[in-house]
Ligand binder design. Structure first.
Ligand code: GLV
Ligand code: GLV
Length: 324
């Protein structure tokens, strides 16, 4: 009898092709839509599954695992982040996990740099002024922002993505590169990174880039105390997970001029409601979680996610297994 797989969304064809080439291995049931599978439907469709292919927007907790039942061997998520997976529960049940590190590092770093420049140089505001007739003349004092040349950049979480961001920012003339995290990293030498305490990073940086994973230690890390230590001219960028930031505190810091601007590719919740206070602020640029969104990267993520799934189903090596 074929093993059963449930796929929670429509994914790029690269992965689906690999799956259709593996006919003897599994039969596939898929939520064939670009929109998320409703929770009740997920709980129903996962029943008896040996493999689950999910996205970062699917919360995989004890309820889902119980609904799946004892067949479940592998959960393969099409993401580098895994804060949506209840790791303890998964480990307890001996289920293997696949994820997609490395393949989205360049795309995500590139988007983070784009967001930083767009926020610091006020691109969305400028575009809006052109469209709405606010552009009356070249003006010496109009739409000025902050540049990277001679600046200090602070990276919170100098992992794969944080490193790739640092490597891309340095050629803009960054003078000092500070970073913080659980431990100092040997690879920091490649970007002249100085390992400093969080407080030092926060108070000395002109640009703060959050690139850490979401854990109990980083949840709500960027709060009122954090923003109050930032320079009034500093720009805050987050492309990791929304929950690292206390959004009420960020709103107050932006509104009161405690900090200059913020660029967010991630929020809580996602999607952010269109009436959210942050969206009323000109100095806040919000993107819809598109860090890895290049055609080629999403194709490679899709293929890797399916390869992980197939490896896990067959008890073989998975190209990117998350080892707990
Ligand atoms: C994106 O946020 C990912 O985790 O892949
Ligand atoms: C973790 O998300 C990393 O690759 O930096």
């Amino acid at each position: 009898e074929l093993m059963k797989v449930f796929i929670t969304r429509r994914i790029p064809e690269e992965g689906m092709k690999i799956l259709s080439g593996a006919t003897g291995v599994c039969e596939v049931s898929q939520w064939d839509s670009d929109e998320p599978v409703p929770r009740a439907e997920l709980l129903k469709r996962v029943q008896g599954a040996h493999g689950l292919l999910c996205l970062l927007s699917d919360k995989i907790d004890a309820e889902v695992l119980d609904a799946a039942g004892p067949n479940l061997k592998v959960i393969s998520t099409m993401s580098v982040g895994f804060d949506h997976l209840a790791l303890d529960e998964i480990k307890k049940r001996g289920i293997r996990i696949g994820y997609t590190p490395d393949v989205l590092t360049d795309a995500t770093a590139e988007l983070t740099v784009a967001l930083l420049l767009a926020t610091a140089r006020r691109l969305p505001e400028g575009v809006e002024e052109v469209k709405t007739g606010g552009w009356s003349s070249w003006k010496p004092l109009w739409l000025c922002g902050y540049g990277l040349s001679g600046s200090t950049v602070g990276v919170i979480g100098l992992g794969r993505i944080g490193m790739a961001i640092a490597q891309r920012l340095l050629p803009f003339g960054v003078k000092r590169l500070l970073y913080t995290g659980r431990t100092a990293k040997a690879h920091a030498a490649e970007v002249n990174g100085e390992f400093v305490p969080l407080d030092t990073l926060v108070s000395e940086s002109d640009f703060i880039v959050v690139s850490c994973s979401l854990t109990p230690e980083t949840q709500g890390l960027c709060d009122e105390a954090f923003f109050s230590k930032m320079k009034k001219t500093a720009v805050f960028i987050n492309s990791s997970r929304g929950a690292v930031v206390n959004q009420e505190d960020l709103y107050e810091a932006l509104k009161s001029g405690q900090i200059a601007a913020a660029g967010l590719d991630v929020t809580t919740p996602e999607p952010l409601p269109t009436n959210h206070p942050l969206l009323t602020l000109k100095n806040c640029v919000v993107l819809p979680h598109i860090g890895s969104a290049t055609y080629s990267t999403r194709g490679v993520m899709s293929a890797l996610t399916v390869q992980n799934l197939l490896g896990g189903l067959q008890g073989l090596d998975m190209p990117s297994e998350l080892r707990l």
